[in-house]
Design a protein around this ligand. Structure first.
Ligand SMILES: NC(=O)c1ccc[n+]([C@@H]2O[C@H](COP(=O)([O-])OP(=O)(O)OC[C@H]3O[C@@H](n4cnc5c(N)ncnc54)[C@H](O)[C@@H]3O)[C@@H](O)[C@H]2O)c1
Length: 330
């Protein structure tokens, strides 16, 4: 392996992809080696960073079409961050698209890597807490069964199994990270059923109203976008010899109720920010959210050095620092 690095990021136009690119641009090293080149792939054109200390190649292509994945790995990047995917809501409403992108796209990428002679990159795969289905009697522990209750969760569970098998067979060196909800998601509100967990913080801090569709007693687990990028980078450099052929890991998260989220908002933005939350009950969202796991005991990941946010207060502070230039709306 050469001393300088080539990294491939799929789904590079997405939220986590853009955060990862920004971080690598600020800190252009991985595993102690300088980054020489970044290849970005997305079905929509990924925004390429300016003034990077490394070469950036952007490819606009659909990974679920034959040939695209082979082209993406043609120059044998040593690290592959596979972030491309169709998110939970869309994978449920458009079954064919969800399976095509989340299953076929992942398979094509893994096969493209396998078919390159002498090529064995580190592959970091973003799985999701959606691989777990209820009933939940308490926190989800590391050996909790995977019984997904959504097409999105099924696709992620399939990807995890392939990642484990391709790693066991020596086709690549994989680490799968099961991300919790990433909060506060920057940008515009999206249609994800979980979107309000971010909206009730993001919109009030920007001086706008937000809807809260479910009870404030609801407990849920979160990681900031900054923590998600830390997880990706740690997964990329982790010594995989200690994973005992179980390369898929639940990531740690901050568990709190919506009431606690609102108190964190009050501390950061005052009563005026809290007053921008409108309570509009939505029984569909209530039903969907009640089927999700809400708390995780990620002992393996913690022991392997994955570091979560300290509290929901810190998650709000990260949002204000990274997205609002350090200042919330009055
Ligand atoms: N954000 C979260 O809360 C969260 C939680 C758990 C897991 N994840 C997973 O992490 C990954 C990144 O999440 P995100 O929040 O950045 O998602 P995102 O929706 O912002 O980004 C996903 C990107 O994948 C791209 N994409 C979709 N289909 C594609 C295709 N056929 N070929 C190439 N690119 C394609 C999209 O254009 C998009 O830019 C996803 O795999 C997601 O399932 C995210």
């Amino acid at each position: 392996m050469s001393e300088s690095l080539h990294i491939l990021i799929t789904g590079a136009a997405g939220m986590i992809g853009q955060k990862l690119i920004a971080r690598l641009t600020r800190e252009p090293r991985l595993g102690g080696k300088p980054i020489e080149r970044l290849t970005l792939v997305d079905v929509v054109e990924p925004a390429a960073p300016n003034n990077t200390p490394f070469k950036v190649t952007s490819r606009t292509g659909d990974l679920s079409l034959p040939g695209e994945a082979s082209a993406a790995v043609a120059d044998s990047p040593q690290y592959v961050f596979h972030l491309a995917g169709v998110v939970s809501g869309e994978a449920e409403t458009d079954f064919e698209k969800g399976y095509r992108v989340n299953i076929d796209g992942t398979r094509f990428l893994f096969e493209a890597i396998r078919s390159r002679e002498g090529y064995k990159p580190r592959v970091v795969f973003t799985s999701s807490a959606a691989v777990y289905g209820g009933p939940f009697d308490g926190p989800v522990t590391d050996d909790f069964q995977l019984t997904p209750h959504s097409s999105y969760g099924v696709a992620k569970a399939i990807g995890e199994q392939w990642l484990a098998d391709y790693s066991r067979r020596g086709f690549f060196d994989g680490v799968g990270i099961r991300l919790p909800a990433i909060t506060v998601r920057p940008g515009k509100p999206n249609k994800a059923a979980s979107g309000f967990f971010s909206s009730i913080i993001r919109e009030p801090l920007a001086g706008q109203n937000a809807m809260l569709p479910i009870s404030e007693d609801t407990l849920h687990s979160h990681a900031s976008p900054r923590a998600a990028v830390n997880y990706l980078l740690h997964a990329a450099t982790l010594d995989t010899s200690g994973l005992d052929q179980r390369p898929n890991l639940m990531m740690p998260a901050v568990a709190c109720t919506i009431a606690e989220q609102i108190e964190a908002l009050r501390k950061a933005g005052g009563d005026a920010a809290v007053a921008r939350i409108r309570r509009v009950r939505d029984t569909l969202i209530e039903r969907i959210v009640s089927g999700w796991p809400h708390q995780f005991e990620a002992k393996r990941a913690l022991a392997l050095g994955f570091v979560p946010d300290k509290s929901f207060d810190e998650i709000v502070a990260i949002h204000i620092e990274d997205e609002l230039g350090g200042k919330a709306a009055a």
